[in-house]
Design a protein around this ligand. Structure first.
Ligand SMILES: Cc1cc2nc3c(=O)[nH]c(=O)nc-3n(C[C@H](O)[C@H](O)[C@H](O)COP(=O)(O)OP(=O)(O)OC[C@H]3O[C@@H](n4cnc5c(N)ncnc54)[C@H](O)[C@@H]3O)c2cc1C
Length: 679
């Protein structure tokens, strides 16, 4: 079953690729430099405009970080070259030999230099209980006793759940064979490049501080630098004041949950004081009752729960329509209250829980590929275009093999379905359908959602370097990806200039973020082709989403039930109508202001399971009642919602169940001599 339908229409296809990376943006970099000591402090305005830079000293490693509104940098370490890149596994590297770098105290015992470029500094997540718990679970795979005969585990679906299952099984010394139906990795984080080289994706994806397993995974893959962290704020459009926004700013100085409470108390534009007080009183049972109370609220919709707790309807309208749509693409009259309480719990419990980050490029390339590289480096396999068509059974109803749509039969020691729940239901053998574990899946049904991308002929001003809640009827969250997903090019430029002894030039560039694009392009061209600079991977200099001159809005269109079968042009017209209220000075529905250069509409008729009241007990555990058969997926039982974190954690649980069942599965194999994997 093909779940996603992607369509596009080019109004005008030329999107210029200029090397203009001098966007006045917040930045932070960590790099090591041979025999240098450099300290830098840069004053940043609220939105990260660099207003001052000082360079001094002699040291070897340089670290930039943000302390309040001041950006600082210290240095230590030793290296012989500047090397820039996400992860070695991706093969993307930018090396700058430092033969011409000013060296105050040359050293012989030099080591390779690492450069890590990020947006806002990565928050300190490592000390939270949830992070440590997730780290412990990860390490349990690596430290488990090596299997004498590694299991061959066949996994269907290379979304984050399948990838995670395969990764942790490989870590535990087993051999995963991951089969993906489509020609693209990632499932609901899949993305495609159009003819102009522009990305469009299944969904606008945000990574939160409160995603401990995802954050661990990034660390384990050595790609922490790929997350571009934003200010700790939540920003909502004001429907009654077109073009205006209201912010919830989480102060850095306060611990959780005080920073969240402060953010709510400080915002008087969306809720009045009596409304806040009534909401707080309504929430008291959740605060006192803990997890048991949260689980018991699964029977009520958000709207019903609010009314039962005496919370004014205006609180639901002002805040929870936006939250419900962002969490599950549906309205509060449909969403289970448990979902909201879980989210509040996760986001407010940790200081950086609700802090958001964007990936610095497309998820298949920037996140899924490193996982695949890791799996393959440990002997596992990942195959695209391998759709499971049938689960074939033995006489005792256990799995005999997976039959692919091309006729290939795949056998293993254990089997995992990591496809969406709607696909699993279609694949279920008749013999299994009445088993309660599978029968209760009937209640889990994917919700439709649409992801819209619009490229405009100009840079929109009424936007932020952040995720925005549109609070409009048809749209949920959106972001100007040309702003939020800067590559690391800006930082890279500064490093390059520094590496080339262009200290003076660097100061000019940094102090003048508004430097014209063509000048910036000239600088980089000179440096790129200078003898002193080796660029081993020119992709490092390419821009993925960033564009200084034109905006690309990526918008989640939800609820989409009534729109999923409508034409793309209808969807774009409806989107433009709502954008006209968000950008009253810049966008009008008839395009008399900003013009659409092109758009892509990606429809997912069945996305994450619809979290309606009463579906929590229907979520299955990863270990099925049938020996050797397992499930992974965001819909399976785990304490996070249908999210990337939930998918990754479900994969870990699935791998854990298989590792725990090793003796049983290995014994099974001895009884039935294994045939070749592929018949
Ligand atoms: C528009 C949108 C926005 C989102 N935003 C966020 C966000 O901001 N933050 C967040 O945390 N989450 C977000 N999510 C949710 C998140 O993407 C999912 O929860 C997560 O990616 C699900 O991963 P999964 O592996 O469980 O399932 P999937 O990603 O659906 O993976 C299943 C895989 O199985 C494959 N498959 C299907 N049938 C077969 C078959 N027969 N044989 C072999 N393979 C098969 C599919 O092609 C797919 O690759 C969003 C989702 C959408 C749609």
């Amino acid at each position: 079953m093909e779940n996603t339908v992607a369509t596009t229409k080019d109004a005008k296809t030329t999107i210029t690729e200029e090397y203009n990376f001098l966007q006045p943006a917040p930045y932070s970099s960590v790099f090591l430099l041979q025999s240098h000591l450099v300290t830098v402090s840069a004053q940043m305005s609220q939105f990260g405009h660099v207003s001052a830079v000082n360079l001094s000293g002699h040291n070897q490693a340089i670290k930039f970080w943000n302390s309040g509104s001041t950006w600082r940098c210290v240095a230590s370490g030793q290296v012989n070259a500047l090397s820039f890149g996400g992860s070695d596994s991706m093969g993307q590297k930018f090396r700058v030999p430092t033969t011409n770098v000013v060296i105050s105290r040359p050293r012989k015992d030099v080591c390779p230099l690492q450069v890590v470029c990020i947006d806002y500094p990565r928050p300190e997540l490592e000390n939270t209980v949830n992070f440590l718990e997730a780290a412990y679970l990860s390490s349990s795979f690596r430290s488990s006793s090596r299997p004498t005969k590694p299991l061959e585990v066949v996994i269907a679906g290379a979304g984050l759940a399948g990838l995670s299952t395969a990764k942790y099984l490989a870590d535990a010394g087993h051999k995963p064979i991951l089969l993906e139906a489509r020609d693209v990795l990632g499932g609901k984080v899949a993305a495609w490049k159009d003819d102009d080289g522009d990305w469009y994706e299944t969904g606008l994806h945000i990574f939160f501080g409160a995603y401990p397993n995802v954050q661990n995974l990034f660390g384990e893959l050595g790609i922490n630098d790929r997350l571009q962290w934003k200010e700790h704020s939540m920003i909502f459009a004001m429907p009654d004041k077109p073009g205006e926004f209201s912010r919830f700013d989480f102060p850095d100085v306060l611990p959780a949950p005080l920073n969240g409470i402060w953010a709510i108390l400080k915002n008087n534009e969306m809720l009045t004081w009596p409304e806040k007080v009534k909401f707080a009183i309504g929430l008291l049972p959740a605060m006192l009752g803990g997890q048991a109370y949260v689980e018991a609220q699964d029977g009520l919709s958000v709207k019903d729960w609010m009314r039962k707790q005496g919370v004014p309807d205006r609180v639901t309208t002002e805040v929870f329509i936006a939250m419900s749509k962002a969490l599950n693409f549906i309205n509060p009259d449909e969403l289970s209250m448990q979902c909201i309480l879980i989210a509040l719990n996760r986001f407010l419990q940790e200081k950086h829980g609700s802090k958001m980050a964007f990936l610095d490029g497309s998820p298949p390339e920037r996140l899924c590929m490193p996982i695949v590289d890791h799996i393959e480096s440990l002997g596992g396999e990942v195959r695209l275009n391998s759709r499971i068509q049938k689960i074939e059974l033995n006489k005792d109803d256990t799995v005999k093999s997976f039959l692919l749509s091309n006729g290939t039969v795949i056998k293993g020691d254990a089997y995992v379905i990591a496809a969406p729940v709607d696909v699993l239901k279609l694949l279920l053998p008749q013999e299994w359908k009445e088993i309660p574990y599978f029968r209760k899946l009937d209640k889990l049904v994917g919700v439709p959602v649409i992801n819209v991308h619009i490229w405009f002929d100009r840079k929109l001003k009424n936007t932020y370097d952040h995720l925005l809640f549109s609070r409009s009827n048809l749209l949920s969250v959106y972001a100007d990806m040309s702003v939020t997903c800067k590559d690391s090019i800006h930082e890279l430029f500064i490093i390059v200039l520094f590496a080339c002894r262009c200290k003076k030039m660097m100061e000019v560039v940094v102090l003048n973020p508004g430097i014209p694009p063509h000048m910036a392009a000239v600088f980089i061209a000179i440096l790129k082709f200078s003898e002193n600079l080796t660029c081993t991977h020119s992709a490092s200099l390419m821009q993925e989403y960033y564009d200084p001159n034109k905006s690309m809005l990526e918008l989640v269109f939800a609820p989409a039930e009534e729109w999923i079968s409508r034409s793309d042009s209808d969807i774009i017209d409806a989107t433009m109508n709502e954008l006209a209220r968000l950008f009253p000075d810049e966008i009008s529905a008839d395009q008399s202001k900003a013009k659409i250069l092109k758009y892509h509409v990606v429809k997912t008729p069945r996305s994450v399971y619809k979290t309606v009241p009463g579906c929590e007990p229907c979520r299955p555990l990863q270990r099925s009642p049938l020996e050797g058969f397992y499930l992974a997926g965001d819909y399976t039982k785990q304490k996070y919602l249908a999210s990337m974190e939930g998918a990754v954690l479900s994969g870990k649980f699935c791998a854990q169940a298989i590792v725990q069942d090793y003796e049983l599965l290995a014994a099974q194999r001895q009884e039935v001599p294994s045939e070749a994997s592929i018949a």
